[in-house]
Design a protein around this ligand. Structure first.
Ligand code: DHE
Length: 500
């Protein structure tokens, strides 16, 4: 049995053997003194090529959401609850500023992460000889709550709202973890490309593999056999066996001379495969996996697509255009773009939800740059309602068991507000301020839709449980910047109103 330290260090060391053995590439354009400081003080933890090791990758793609001033602060004073030390006494601030310029610039040689890097990074842990949950909670009504504050996750009993266990995750998980169809295993993806398989019943990790340097998200096939990761860096999709995370195939996201970042990949259960959108090639790919290969069907689109979602039948894909002012509707059967919806303000369709409204189905999307929610009739793709909000939102959620849809105000001075939309009147009927001054966002429902769980995104944060009909508060659980929470039943049944 590996002790906890070697459990984390071993994969990192093995995974990065290839990069630790090569010296970082220099170029006359790079600041050689900053490069030397990097090699002396940073390379040991962040990798000789800045692709990450025990610490996260330090490449422009990986640092996109961290302001330079904040990065300097971390270099000067270290980062609490991590191994990142303070350098204020060792390195003058002027030199740290130059180091910042270095890490926010692309390296002279584009970093690589190839087949041998992927296969060498894979680690398996002992498989427990037990196939029953080691706890008494309903295995279908469990939640995984990702806590970004200290890179942990909580396994939560969805009836009692009590933590069953809390465990460390890789640095900076992003996107929804994916459950096996029976709900026994959960698969996580980190921004730095680590995929981890966790046995919920035995509350232990089973395997890990690093599939890329900068990863978008992960999907699992409806039969539970295959996983696929979408990467920005390198621009590809990586198909894995869900059993042991072994590599099946690397699929370059290429067309002619262009290699693209992959915007996102999702499973499409009735289509027996996955669908991916590419950010730099105007195509959507339908991917049918097998044990040794993957068939790709390329569907041309009129725009480069960012994040997207599907109608409940998985016939239509609704994607945000990269330009941020429209949404494209692609009929996946015919391959035709059937509608081009003009929505200013960058619709965040990855977070779109649908519900039944009168005799039709509607979709609602928040807009990342506009203080508005857009509601569209899916029978004719016409906007039927725009709801003004107090700032741009990030996540929307609902459940067939709830009369309301929830939408956060994630950005701006009113980031602590949550709007409740009546699904019948299409009006905002209530606005909650659960924790004044603190960002509130991302809701998920219990399997029956009776309770809604909301995050307070703060290191000193909380998970708040509401009665989804009366909107009364039921319970608060202290958590460290809880981001998303994911209900086993809702996710494995692809219920309407949640992310798939
Ligand atoms: Fe996310 C999901 C893309 C920034 C938190 N985000 C996703 C998914 C995609 C995506 C493609 C779907 C993954 C899945 O579930 O399989 N996110 C993007 C972006 O392009 C964007 C805007 C810019 C970027 O830097 O990548 C972005 N996302 C963020 C954040 O800044 C958030 C708030 C904090 C973080 O973790 O970095 C954030 N994204 C989330 C969360 C989900 C998510 C919590 C899962 C939502 C769900 O309910 O499934």
């Amino acid at each position: 049995m590996l002790n906890p330290l070697s459990r984390w260090l071993l994969p990192l060391l093995i995974g990065n053997l290839s990069i630790l053995t090569c010296v970082a590439q220099t170029s006359t354009a790079e600041d050689s003194e900053a490069l030397q400081i990097y090699q002396d003080h940073c390379a040991g933890c962040h990798g000789a090529q800045r692709t990450g090791a025990m610490g996260p990758a330090l490449l422009p793609e990986s640092l996109a959401r961290l302001r330079k001033a904040e990065a300097l602060n971390v270099m000067l004073h270290g980062r609490v609850l991590t191994q990142m030390p303070a350098f204020a006494r060792q390195i003058p601030e002027e030199k740290l500023q130059r180091l910042i310029e270095l890490i926010y610039s692309p390296p002279a040689e584009p970093p690589r992460w190839e087949e041998k890097d992927i296969t060498q990074s894979r680690v398996s842990y002992p498989v427990p000889d037990n196939d029953k949950p080691l706890f008494s909670a309903d295995p279908q009504n469990l939640f995984i709550v990702v806590e970004l504050g200290d890179h942990s996750a909580t396994l939560l009993d969805g009836d009692k709202f009590e933590a069953i266990t809390r465990f460390k995750t890789r640095f900076a998980l992003h996107g929804g973890p994916k459950f096996s169809p029976d709900g026994r295993y959960v698969y996580f993806a980190s921004r730095d490309g680590w995929i981890s398989k966790y046995d919920i019943y035995n509350m232990t990790y089973l395997a890990e593999i690093r599939v890329g340097i900068n990863t978008r998200n992960l999907a699992i096939s409806a039969d539970g056999q295959y996983l696929i990761a979408a990467n920005y860096l390198p621009g590809n999709l990586v198909l894995l066996s869900s059993k042991d995370l072994s590599l099946i195939k690397i699929i370059p996201a290429s067309s002619g001379d262009t290699t693209s970042r992959v915007s996102a990949v999702y499973t499409a259960p009735p289509r027996h495969g996955f669908v991916a959108a590419l950010k730099d090639i105007a195509e959507v790919w339908e991917i049918t996996p097998s044990d040794t290969d993957a068939q790709i069907r390329r569907i041309p689109t009129s725009e480069y697509l960012d994040d997207f979602f599907f109608d409940q039948n998985y016939q239509y894909l609704i994607g945000s255009s990269r330009k941020g002012n429209s949404a494209q509707v692609v009929n996946l059967d015919s391959g035709n773009t059937v509608a081009d919806l003009s929505i200013e303000g960058m619709p965040h369709l990855g977070s779109g939800i649908t519900w039944k409204y009168q005799d039709t189905e509607v979709l609602m999307t928040p807009n990342l740059k506009d203080s508005r929610l857009t509601i569209i009739d899916m029978s004719n793709w016409k906007t039927i309602r725009q709801l003004d909000t107090q700032g741009p939102g990030f996540f929307t959620r609902s459940h067939d068991g709830s009369p309301y849809a929830w939408s956060d105000v994630f950005f701006g001075p009113h980031k602590d507000l949550i709007n409740i939309i009546d699904k019948k009147s299409l009006e905002i009927v209530k606005t909650l301020r659960p924790s004044p001054g603190k960002t509130s966002g991302h809701v998920e429902f219990t399997r029956d839709g009776r309770y809604a769980l909301l995050s307070i995104w703060d290191d000193d944060g909380e998970l708040i449980v509401y009665d989804s009909k009366t909107l009364e508060e039921v319970k608060r659980l202290p958590m460290k910047k809880p981001s998303g929470k994911y209900n086993v039943y809702n996710k494995t049944r692809y219920v309407r109103g949640t992310s798939h």
